[in-house]
Design a binder for this molecule. Structure first.
Ligand code: ATP
Ligand code: MG
Length: 716
């Protein structure tokens, strides 16, 4: 390979350079975490432009998030200066899909100014259509249909592509019909949902040869980051676009495939070699991110998965510290300990920006947020809302505010028709009128209006029920502790039932958040105290300029790196999630294990994994056992620390006789660990680039989220 005559090649190792300089023909970079895949892809983009192999507008570059796209743009700017004319088509699948679709909207029966509807709009629309079809929405919730339609779109299936089996998944075979009317309605509205952004493009390229040829000609180079998480429709779209010139470079890591629940298919990696014969496979083996102990711990863990492509990883960084396993007594102690340690790091002049806390599910952020606000530690939540800003938490708190303070009109307005109980805008308007006339709060006006004939039918009955409920809850508030009161309100108001009926991944995440709210309230004696706390928390917006600890889900942390990483809540049932354990399939636990691998490999210098022996749920202490993933970490690369009596290993020992459907896996892992040989010396974690057993395909099947109710789950 040529010496780095190009500045953007400086600092890249030979295989990385190969990935940059092999501009012609298909290239697949398959490599573990932190090996510089994204770095190489960025240099490749810079190289193509700087060497004038193509105009920027002739390059298509796909990243997984908008943030990653911005970063790639910036880094490229630093490599080749900003003198570049025009911009590449650089963004997420969705953003690029939307851009292309606007140019050809009319070919799909849309206008170029079509709107992109969000999930809320989508649900409202589906509800209308379900009603119009005379289906019982309670029995066949709009959310389930929305989930199915997303799944079909991720697979690249239009309504006419559905077979009877797929159609049978909704309302006794009405799936296809409902999908058809939904698509028709979207067209009438000149609108698309997210799934359409790619599906319409695929239809466009399939049905219009001239358009296909135009783009095949136009995009001289195609680059894709995080390739392991592409789903079928994305893959088919890429394949069509690349079919002529075949200059497509994809980088990915099968061990970091964590979106199968959204339809991602690791099998796309295997298809790549088939669809693009002669593809150049580049393997990067040097990890530049993490110290050897961190890398070895992560590699040892992921070795327990079956059907991996297999990779070698090494680093020449100083050995650094072992991965620390910290067992604490309970959730509050976990938050306290991590908070203390972060303050210690701060004292040692570590920037808060270099510290991250990674959680499995959104609800886990609450304990940290409360603690950090208490001690005045700046934090930010990436890829989600701060706990008390989430819609379901705001709803629950609005109920409590109305109970606590009859004059709280904003809160009353928020809950009067949430969940939907037939008190529409007109009825609310009437309540407002009475309130204005009598200079009374809305809740008082509501009580007044039900005694008149201003309202009729359902609205009157529902409002009357609500007024009576609120009065009753106010009574209960004098006797019940705040947490019990909240449970009662969520139950009686129909709020919990509403979420349960949805049977979706998001809804179960919301139910978990509500449970977490109830848990949080157990620390407060009165409703007033708690609400006071909430208003202080809501007021505590960290200044965006200030340094801040990042709290986020592992899903949101993909591709990122931090000097110090705290992985919190490694307990069976939290991580791996209860849902994954219930589903019981190997595939779901293996996906959780890949998540664990992603979490550990975000750390550069120090990785701390915490687990609590007790979690408090509904006022009851429940003992939890450390995550099976902790056991799977190679002992020579971890150090254990307990702050509780008994110790986590004891807990584990007590539980070792439980029926473990994965026992054989653990055993296999132990054998492999033994066979791995002495120590960690530029060690291979598994064999070379093996042909892949068919199990990979199984492992990559999407686990569609219509499962267990109220279980721990992710909400990214
Ligand atoms: P992930 O799988 O997590 O997405 P990745 O393979 O994309 O990781 P990068 O994020 O590109 O890895 O790189 C990891 C770190 O290593 C970054 O800090 C990057 O700047 C650095 N790095 C990449 N290549 C080199 C190199 N040749 N020499 C020194 N540092 C490098
Ligand atoms: Mg990357």
């Amino acid at each position: 390979l040529p010496a780095p005559q190009y500045p953007w090649l400086e600092g890249l190792n030979p295989p990385q350079r190969e990935a940059v300089l092999t501009t012609e023909g298909p290239v697949l970079v398959l490599a573990g975490a932190g090996t510089g895949k994204t770095a190489a892809l960025t240099a490749r983009l810079a190289h193509i432009i700087a060497e004038r192999l193509a105009w920027p507008s002739e390059i298509l570059a796909v990243t997984f998030t908008n943030k990653a796209a911005r970063e790639m743009k910036e880094r490229m700017g630093r490599m080749i200066g900003d003198a570049v004319e025009g911009m590449p088509w650089l963004g997420t699948f969705h953003s690029i899909g939307a851009k292309m679709l606007r140019r050809h909207a009319e070919l799909l029966g849309l206008k170029s100014n079509f709107t992109i509807i969000d999930t809320d709009d989508q649900l409202r629309l589906l509800k209308q259509l379900i009603e119009a079809a005379n289906l019982d929405e309670k029995r066949w919730p709009a959310r389930s249909l929305a989930g199915l339609i997303d799944k079909w779109k991720n697979k690249g299936l239009t309504p006419t592509d559905l077979d009877a089996g797929e159609s049978a998944l909704y309302a006794d075979g009405k799936g296809q019909a409902m999908y058809t009317v939904y698509q028709a309605r979207l067209r009438e509205l000149n609108a698309c949902d997210f799934g359409d952004l790619l599906l319409h493009n695929l239809t466009l390229l399939k049905n219009h040869r001239d358009v296909l040829e135009e783009y095949q000609e136009k995009f001289k180079y195609i680059l894709v980051d995080e390739y392991q998480d592409t789903n079928a429709v994305q893959y088919l779209w890429l394949r069509l676009l690349a079919q002529k010139r075949k200059n497509i470079a994809c980088v990915g890591d099968d061990d970091q495939s964590i979106y199968s629940w959204r339809g991602a298919e690791v099998a796309n990696i295997l298809r790549f070699e088939k669809d693009f014969p002669g593809a150049k496979i580049v393997r990067l083996e040097q990890n530049y991110r993490s110290t050897p102990h961190i890398l070895a711990a992560a590699s040892g863990l992921i070795a327990a998965n079956s059907g991996r492509l297999g990779k070698t990883l090494w680093t020449d960084l100083d050995s650094g510290e072992k991965v620390r396993i910290l067992g604490v007594w309970d959730g509050p102690e976990e938050a306290r300990r991590i908070g203390d340690e972060i303050e210690e790091l701060q004292y040692k002049k570590v920037s808060l920006n270099d510290i991250a806390i990674l959680v499995r599910a959104q609800f886990q952020t609450r304990e940290f947020e409360d603690r950090f606000i208490q001690i005045g530690l700046n934090y930010k939540i990436i890829g989600g809302f701060r706990f008390y800003e989430r819609a379901e938490i705001r709803d629950a708190i609005a109920y409590l505010r109305v109970i606590n303070q009859p004059a709280d009109d904003l809160a009353f307005e928020r809950i009067v028709n949430t969940p939907k109980r037939g008190i529409g805008d007109k009825a609310v308007e009437k309540i407002h009128r009475v309130a204005r006339a009598e200079r009374a709060p809305l809740s008082v006006a509501a009580a007044r209006i039900i005694g008149t004939d201003e309202l009729t039918g359902k609205a009157r009955k529902s409002l009357s029920d609500l007024v009576i409920d609120i009065a009753r809850w106010r009574d209960s508030a004098t006797t019940l502790p705040p947490s019990a009161l909240t449970e009662l309100v969520l139950e009686d108001s129909g709020y919990t039932a509403m979420l349960q009926a949805e049977r979706s991944v998001e809804a179960s995440g919301r139910l978990d958040n509500l449970k977490e709210l109830v848990r949080a309230m157990e620390e407060y004696e009165s409703l007033g105290d708690f609400l006071e706390h909430v208003s202080l928390v809501m007021d505590n917006d960290a200044n965006a300029q200030d340094e801040a600890v990042t709290i986020m889900t592992i899903h949101a942390a993909k591709g990122l790196e931090f000097n110090h990483v705290f992985c919190a809540g490694w307990e069976d049932g939290v991580f791996p999630s209860q849902r994954a354990m219930d589903e019981g399939g190997l595939a779901s636990v293996e996906e959780e294990r890949r998540l664990a691998y992603v979490a550990i490999t975000r750390a550069r210098e120090k990785c701390t994994i915490t687990h609590a022996a007790n979690r408090r749920i509904y006022g009851q202490w429940t003992s939890s056992i450390p995550s099976r993933f902790i056991d799977e970490l190679p002992a020579e690369h971890v150090e254990n620390e307990q702050t509780m009596t008994g110790g986590a290993s004891l807990w584990r020992a007590n539980w070792s006789e439980r029926a473990d459907p994965f026992a054989h896996l653990a055993a296999a892992n132990a054998t492999r660990a033994g066979a791995r040989g002495p120590g960690w010396q530029r060690a291979a974690t598994s064999g070379g680039f093996n042909p892949v057993p068919s199990r990979v395909q199984e492992a990559s099947k999407p686990a569609v989220g219509l499962g267990a109710q109220g279980r721990t789950d992710l909400a990214i």
